[in-house]
Structures are given as C-alpha cells and as structure tokens.
Design a binder for this molecule. Structure first.
Ligand SMILES: [Zn+2]
Length: 368
C-alpha cells in the first residue's frame, strides 16, 4: 500500500517557475511526437527529440528532461492514445532517483542551476510512515492563488494481512460526525460551534476588506483547517481502533449528494472536511488490516431497520418512528444499521454458499 504526504516548502521561485514551464513544454513535445509517430517507445523518442530539446531548453538538467520524457510516454501508454495528456505551465514536476535524494529529512531537488536542498517539516501523524516505510518518489507542485510550493512524498510498504471480524455500519451527518451501527455517537456540536464562530468572524472581516483584514482572513482559514484536521484524526482513530471490527461500511459519497436532506447537508457532505474524515479512516483501518467499503445510501434514512418498511415520514429530524411496526429509535442509529445490513445483503447476493456463512450477521443485533 502507498501513502502520500504534502508538505509546504519554500523554493526559489525564479528557478522553479521557469523550470515547471519548460518541463511542461518538454512533456507536451513528447506527447505530440508520440501521437504523430504512433509510438511511445522511449528509445525512439530519445533518438529523435533529445538533442533538439537540449538545445531548445539548455538550462533544464539532462536527468530531469529524461524523467519528463518517461512520464509523458508512460502517460500515453497508460491510455493507449485514447486521451491526450497535456501539461500547463505550472503543472507539477515528478522527481525520481535520477533527479532527487532523500536522506533523513534532507531533500535535494534538481532544478535550473545547482540542486536545491530542503529540510522537510514532517507532520507528526506521518512520522511513523516517514521513518519506517520505503520512499518511492516525489512531486513538486505550485498553488497559484497562494504562491505556495508543495512537495508530495510517496511512501510504500507491504499490505498488512486482513484480519477477521465484525462488520460495522457508519452513518455520517450534520449533527454527528459518525454514528455506528452498535450505538456509538460522535457528536459534531463542537465542530458546528467553532465553524459558526469562524463564519461570523469571516463575514465581519470580509465587510472590512482592508489589506490587514485579508491577511487575518487567510490566517483564520489555516486555523480552521487545522482544527478540522485534528478533529478528523481523533474520530477516525477511535473508529479504526475499535476491537473486533474488521469492516467499516460507509455510505457512498458520490451518490449521497444528489439525494438526501437539503442544502446545508449537501454543502457539508461535499466539503473537504467530510472527505478528509473518510480518507483518514481508510488510512488508519488499512494499516490495521481492516477495510472500508461503500454502500449505496438509497433509503437508509427512511427504511425501518426492524421491518424494512420504507416511508419518508418514518424519519423526523433525529427521531425515527416506524409507521408500520411502531419501532422507535435514533434516526442516525437506524441509518447506520441499514448501511451495515444493506452491505451484507448486497455482498452475499453473489453466491449461496457465502450467503449461508454471512446471513446470521444480518439480523444479529449484537454485531457491530
Ligand atoms: Zn418497522
């Protein structure tokens, strides 16, 4: 399995921006050549383009030119000419063993002129991966809006063995970061309180519109992001570490937004914070040999988990009251159980043999 960390870095703009620009041109030149000559053979490309490009871009180091060539031809090969990969003047630069070194926290990168040396500031949550996994590559990117360079480091390790255990459904919403099918509630009231405060301050600063207000807005957005990140780490860690649980079933994000519960909810579900929480859970679970799977969320909030009766009015805000069998429970808990049961049903529909093994799980309430 692979893991990536992005670290903001200070790089000499006067050397890296022209480099990115020229590498994009070199990339596109290879793509155009590959299409015109219907091949992605590296040796042929080298013979026909290398010297021309060396003359045209004399300040781009030779090793970097070759890395860009390989990237371009591999991109073509991956889609077999079906799509045309193009790079923009500030597209990211991929580095490999020819063009960089990583010793401890010291990273050197090939660029225009002498190599640049950086001391990386590794975030605490990534420290273990950084120290024990194998380093396999890096990309340098540039964010135009904030004029910030980033280094994305990729690390790899062997997949851990999958462990056996129970299946747990997780419902996520506005009022709870997570509710599990065995009845654990992770409230998001603190998050909403903090977000309301930021929203209020942001509006006030936006009205001001002065230069110092803009600076304060930027600092505030950084603080808000860090707060959300910490909260997401905390919840996903608690979820992943639950003993006896081997599979976490989440509602599928891509279809979740088109249906369910109003504007406010959709904004939250579509936001980066929500996506981040899922990423963190997947990372932490994976490292423990557990899995995160997805389930179509249709009707999970309207369906009674006991009698399977579906009706919109079964749910009223956080209360669930089945109009058919009279079952009463917390709406998010009911949804979490439906997510789990729907997943078990859909994953066992394949083979009968498998179904007979897993079916007892479906109605057993003691399960996760
Ligand atoms: Zn019912």
């Amino acid at each position: 399995m692979k893991r990536t960390v992005s670290i903001p870095v200070d790089l000499p703009r006067e050397r890296f921006l022209p480099l990115m620009n020229q590498c994009a041109e070199i990339f596109n030149a290879h793509v155009n050549w590959a299409i015109a000559s219907s091949t992605y053979n590296k040796n042929k490309a080298h013979k026909e383009l290398y010297h021309l490009l060396r003359v045209q871009f004399p300040s781009v180091p030779s090793a970097l030119l070759q890395t860009v060539r390989d990237n371009a031809l591999e991109a073509i090969k991956a889609t077999k000419f079906k799509s045309i990969p193009k790079k923009k003047p500030t597209s990211g630069l991929r580095y490999d063993k020819r063009t960089m070194t990583l010793r401890g926290k010291q990273l050197t990168l090939s660029c225009i002129g002498k190599r640049v040396t950086l001391i990386l500031d590794i975030p605490e949550y990534f420290q273990k991966v950084f120290e024990t996994w194998d380093f396999c590559g890096a990309t340098v990117t540039y964010t135009k809006n904030t004029k910030q360079f980033w280094v994305r480091l990729v690390f790899e390790t062997e997949d851990p063995q999958h462990i056996e255990g129970q299946i747990q459904g997780i419902d996520r919403g506005l009022y709870h970061q997570a509710v599990t099918s065995n009845g654990q509630f992770f409230s998001s009231s603190k998050i909403r309180k903090v977000q309301r405060r930021y929203l209020y301050n942001r509006r006030k600063l936006q009205q001001k519109g002065t230069r110092s207000a803009k600076r304060r807005l930027k600092a505030m957005s950084g603080r808000e992001k860090r707060f959300m990140k910490d909260t997401n780490h905390c919840v996903s860690k608690k979820l992943a570490n639950q003993p006896g649980i081997a599979v976490f079933v989440l509602e599928d994000l891509s279809s979740i937004r088109t249906q369910r519960r109003g504007k406010k909810m959709n904004k939250w579900l579509g936001g980066w914070a929500f996506y981040q929480q899922e990423q963190f859970l997947a990372y932490k679970a994976e490292a423990l040999g557990k899995r995160v799977v997805h389930q179509d969320p249709r009707y999970t909030s309207q369906k009674c988990n006991i009698c399977k009766h579906i009706r919109r009015t079964n749910r009223h805000k956080s209360r669930f009251h089945c109009k058919n069998c009279g079952h009463r429970t917390h709406a998010d808990l009911n949804a979490a159980k439906n997510v789990r049961d729907d997943y078990i049903l859909s994953s066992t529909q394949g083979t009968e043999e498998q179904a007979s093994v897993n079916m007892p799980y479906v109605s057993a309430d003691s399960l996760g």
